[in-house]
Design a protein around this ligand. Structure first.
Ligand code: BGP
Length: 476
């Protein structure tokens, strides 16, 4: 039988404030942790920053008009906390609110459902300086206060909200491997404390949300990398479950059940790094878990789990930020698992495994474990610039990648998963946090490199492909 998504399926695309907006000091915007971090030599590819990014701040009308031309049903974007509260809290910066008001109105004008991410990694630097940002529990109320301002401002216009983008990634890269701000690696206990604060901030926000926008939909977006044991030797099957518990369920279980996976909690307790969970925390997490409406999933790749001896590889390894295949190192947790590459699958130039069926696997795992609706909040292929002289971009590899993933997603729906939306990463080309402007994800090519450029927009072949997909409900 023919596969086809329902008529009201939200075909979308996604972005994040720091990666597209630019205008890093305009209209009262405060400094974020990322504005600071990129100033440290050697932290990003060729020292690239988001100071200008792809200038979406000034070109949002043009960009949203392109979305409308494509027929996009939803646009997922994040709000920069520093535009709303330049110092993280205190007085609201009205021109910041106005900017997002304009984006939302522009979307609605074109019949595009806005989907808002509250936090996509750019934390007000003032809060870092004041009390250490996520390291202090003071951040919880500041986060909730920021969220409530947005709920009040946009409650009549925005239905879909995402609290955290990839809490697993920003905490792991920020506190375990030092690749994101604040660039720390030597305090494992703090890594779990930071996560606990983020969970509590998420949970309090979900409960507030239900008071302010009772018919709205809220969840968190998780970077989910499902795993396969390297072979049928039970020792690797054990590594797989340890990996899933420590790297996936540690977050998803808290969002969906309001509690940490017990075996992993015990493991961390023995190590002396488990977060303290008070009775009040437990009640709050559980209450919020009952209220979330969907699991947001950012899906890029799957992992392989293999046993890793106590003297084996650790969590930090060189990351491939150059696009030279094979330059990324294997990492793991000594005594539990390591994550070698998958001999059965191809990779991107950045060593990311390409596994369309893994998307269906992810959906089925979430459906059986949590029985929650799913929003695919990111999925996409990073590739090099390949514009021809007459401004054409023949990105057939991107079309092949997305097409295979859409097909697997439709199979997941056919097999009983309740999927509401599919957002590709990304609509326009934009800044890749550690890989600069050379790693492109968009349907729209933006003329710029590390040095700058005209910032003109050009439609890639994938633009027309996705337009057809949307028009035909993905019919195969
Ligand atoms: C996700 C982030 C996005 C985006 C994407 C692509 O982890 O939520 O913000 O950057 O990955 O990643 P990269 O730019 O590293 O290729």
């Amino acid at each position: 039988t023919e596969l086809r998504m329902p008529k009201d399926f939200l075909w979308g695309s996604a972005s994040a404030a720091y990666q597209i907006e630019g205008a890093h000091k305009e209209d009262g915007k405060g400094t974020s942790n990322w504005d600071e971090f990129v100033q440290i030599p050697g932290k990003t590819f060729k020292e690239t920053t988001g100071e200008v990014a792809v200038d979406h701040y000034h070109r949002y009308k043009e960009d949203i008009a392109l979305m409308a031309e494509m027929g996009l049903k939803t646009y997922r974007f994040s709000i920069a906390w520093t535009r709303i509260f330049p110092n993280g809290r205190g007085e609201v910066n009205e021109s910041g609110l106005e900017f997002y008001q304009n984006i939302i109105d522009e979307c609605l004008k074109h019949g595009i459902e806005p989907m808002v991410t509250l936090y996509h990694w750019d934390l007000p630097q003032a809060l870092v300086e004041e009390y250490g940002g996520w390291e202090s529990e003071q951040v919880i109320d500041d986060y909730v206060n920021y969220a409530v301002v947005l709920f009040d401002a946009f409650k009549d216009k925005v239905k879909y909200w995402i609290t955290m983008n990839e809490q697993n990634i920003f905490t792991t890269l920020g506190w375990m491997t030092a690749q994101h701000p604040p660039g720390k690696f030597d305090n494992e206990k703090m890594y779990y404390v930071v996560n606990h604060h983020a969970f509590l901030a998420h949970a309090k926000t979900v409960l507030k949300f239900k008071e302010i926008i009772p018919d709205g939909k809220i969840g968190a977006s998780f970077a989910y990398s499902p795993s396969y044991a390297i072979n049928a030797d039970p020792i690797h099957a054990m590594s797989k479950i340890d990996f899933d518990n420590l790297k996936n369920f540690w977050w998803m279980d808290v969002y969906a059940y309001g509690r940490y996976p017990k075996n992993t909690y015990r493991y961390l307790e023995k190590k002396g790094v488990a977060p303290t969970v008070t009775a009040e925390d437990a009640a709050l997490l559980e209450a919020a878990a009952k209220q979330i409406d969907f699991m947001g999933v950012n899906y890029y790749q799957t992992s392989v789990a293999e046993y890793n001896p106590l003297d084996g590889v650790g969590p930090y390894g060189e990351m491939n930020t150059s696009g030279k295949k094979g330059t990324g190192e294997i990492t793991g947790i000594p005594g539990l698992f390591k994550n070698p590459s998958n001999p059965h699958l191809e990779t991107t130039d950045w060593d990311w495994t390409i596994d369309p069926m893994g998307l269906r696997y992810a959906c089925k795992e979430i459906t059986s474990r949590y029985n929650l609706p799913i929003i695919i909040s990111e999925n996409g292929l990073g590739a090099f610039d390949d514009k021809t002289e007459d401004n054409q971009i023949h990105d057939d590899y991107r079309i092949a990648y997305l097409n295979a993933h859409v097909y697997e997603l439709m199979k997941a729906v056919d097999e009983g998963c309740d999927v509401w939306a599919y957002c590709t990463w990304s609509f326009t080309d934009l800044l890749s946090w550690l890989n600069g402007y050379q790693k492109r994800y968009g349907f729209i090519y933006v003329d710029r490199d590390e040095e700058g450029g005209s910032l003109d927009r050009y439609k890639k072949d994938s633009f027309y492909w996705y337009k057809d997909v949307i028009k035909s409900d993905g019919a195969t």
